[in-house]
Write a protein that binds this ligand. Structure first.
Ligand SMILES: Cc1cc2nc3c(=O)[nH]c(=O)nc-3n(C[C@H](O)[C@H](O)[C@H](O)COP(=O)(O)OP(=O)(O)OC[C@H]3O[C@@H](n4cnc5c(N)ncnc54)[C@H](O)[C@@H]3O)c2cc1C
Length: 476
């Protein structure tokens, strides 16, 4: 049993969705393209799972966040694939690949052959067992990587409202889940071994701003220690979390966010690997010329930092996907993937964006007691990275543009004094299109109606409160 396609994408996440859209825009013919995905649903915007999906009221649900709504483009519901002659083979794991013969074999035993293969298998959440801690499949221990995980998390969260949640890990999954747990009225304790949250990106000053806010919402932080074991009840549920420092935390549920590992196993020994992923060139082409890799699984040359990196961010998944398709369908096109790393997160009412590389010395700027502040990273005398909380569209664009241009920085004190004004003035001197040198800067707009609605509701509530408070004060 077998089928043949010109283009096959293995994996059906963010990168696959954007690749399919790019194939469509470039006129792929009906029957030429196929996506094989282990997940039972068409490609969707994965970041929604830790944001809108976990809201207690009016949560985001499919089909509202299928790709490519994250960049305010068409929403590709299953019907779209059907209408455009793109074969979606869902709920089907590819269990082996032979790049020499250009074939894949699925878990159902079907052989799928291709002329070009795009690997978009993403990554999987690291499990506690890989660190020697056994959760014994406890029903109240949750991870968050795919829709099934998110459904489980929602179910467990709703079943223990008012109870105790322990979040293991202080990265973005941990921080975003902790915020959602608070919003869902759980008492949250975060545990991580580092000195502060988001240690791979945040400085201690930036981290302490967010941590203080989390504390004001009742979140407790236990740092510098790790989970060693669980206590279970007779139903196999976790009842407490034991830490290396000897403490025991009561737990009605546990969320684990301790990192991810790229899904490369299909290609180990067949393709060159680097940085834990599939090594590709600036056209996203692997060591086998018929195989391309995109998204979290790809290690590609990041020109702005001068080295090969594997990024785990949605923007990189979207853009690497589009770039690979362009390179396949227009092989003579000289364009290299000249990508400016970009990462964002939204928690509570916060929203930050980061561009470039967080290497070298840091200069903080802005009002850390207010709502807009940021940081620049200066390496070898040049601006290489920037971070901003609470910016406007123009400010984020300016920051991205300044980071891409890597201006020389003579005086760090002056840079601190100028703050955001520095990026704005660089931007004024070098006005650019939104496409900043090959990496279009898509300022992330709220994907879900709830973001916009919540903004309006919050603004209206603040105004109403201010009005009411003002009147009360006047009466006093
Ligand atoms: C909860 C959550 C929140 C996030 N929030 C943010 C954020 O705020 N900002 C940000 O920049 N990034 C965020 N990210 C990261 C971002 O979502 C990823 O970088 C992006 O999804 C990577 O896209 P991808 O297509 O490479 O992988 P994925 O989207 O993970 O897709 C991989 C797909 O391949 C399938 N697959 C794997 N192996 C096989 C196989 N053998 N056979 C068939 N199918 C297979 C998987 O089932 C999955 O469908 C978040 C990630 C998560 C999990």
């Amino acid at each position: 049993m077998g089928r043949a396609f010109v283009y096959v994408i293995v994996g059906g996440g963010v990168a696959a969705g954007y690749a399919a859209h790019e194939f469509f825009k470039r006129g792929v013919s009906h029957g030429e393209l196929c996506i094989v995905s282990e997940e039972p649903v068409a490609p969707y915007e994965r970041p929604a799972l830790s944001k809108g999906y976990l809201l207690p009221e009016a949560p985001a649900r499919l089909p509202s966040f299928h790709c490519c709504v994250g960049t305010n483009e068409e929403r590709l519901a299953p019907k779209w694939y059907q209408e455009n002659g793109i074969e979606l083979i869902l709920g089907t794991r590819v269990k082996s690949a032979d790049v020499r013969r250009k074939t894949l074999v699925t878990a159902t035993g079907e052989t799928i052959s291709y002329k070009y293969l795009i690997v978009a298998t993403g990554a999987r959440a690291l499990k506690l067992e890989e660190f020697g801690v056994n959760a014994l499949d406890a029903p109240n221990v949750c991870y968050l990587r795919d829709l099934a995980d998110a459904d489980r998390l929602v179910e467990v969260m709703q079943s223990c409202s008012g109870g105790d949640a322990v979040v293991i890990g202080g990265g973005y999954i941990g921080m975003e889940c902790a915020a959602s747990l608070v919003i869902n009225k759980l008492n949250v304790t975060m545990v991580f071994p580092e000195a502060h949250c988001m240690p791979r990106l945040f400085t201690s000053k930036i981290a302490s701003y967010y941590e203080e806010f989390y504390k004001s919402k009742g979140v407790k932080f236990i740092k510098g220690t790790v989970l060693t074991s669980f206590d279970f009840n007779f139903d196999g549920k976790v009842t407490a979390v034991n830490l290396r420092d000897g403490s025991k935390l009561p737990a009605d549920m546990v969320v684990i966010g301790i990192g991810i590992r790229p899904n490369t196993s299909l290609f180990e020994g067949q393709l060159t690997m680097e940085k834990g992923g599939i090594k590709v060139n600036s056209k996203m082409q692997s060591s086998n010329t018929s195989v391309y890799a995109i998204g979290d699984v790809a290690a590609f040359p990041v020109k702005t930092v001068g080295e090969t990196r594997r990024l785990e961010h949605v923007d990189s998944a979207r853009k690497s996907a589009r770039h690979a398709v362009a390179a396949i369908m227009e092989p003579e096109s000289p364009a290299e993937f000249d990508y400016l790393p970009f990462f964002y997160s939204r928690v509570f009412t916060f929203s930050w964006q980061f561009y470039g590389d967080n290497a070298g010395e840091v200069v903080h700027f802005g009002d850390f007691s207010g709502t807009t502040f940021g940081a620049y990273w200066i390496n070898n005398g040049h601006l290489v990275g920037s971070f901003l909380e609470g910016g406007t569209k123009e400010q984020y664009e300016a920051l991205a543009q300044a980071t891409r241009l890597k201006p020389r920085i003579e005086n760090l004190d002056e840079l601190e004094r100028e703050g955001l004004g520095f990026a704005m003035s660089v931007n004024k001197k070098h006005p650019s299109s939104k496409d900043v040198g090959g990496s279009s800067i898509i300022v992330e707009k709220p994907v879900y109606v709830w973001h916009a609605t919540a903004g309006v509701v919050i603004a209206a509530s603040v105004a109403a409160f201010a009005y009411w408070y003002g009147r009360r004060r006047r009466r006093w």
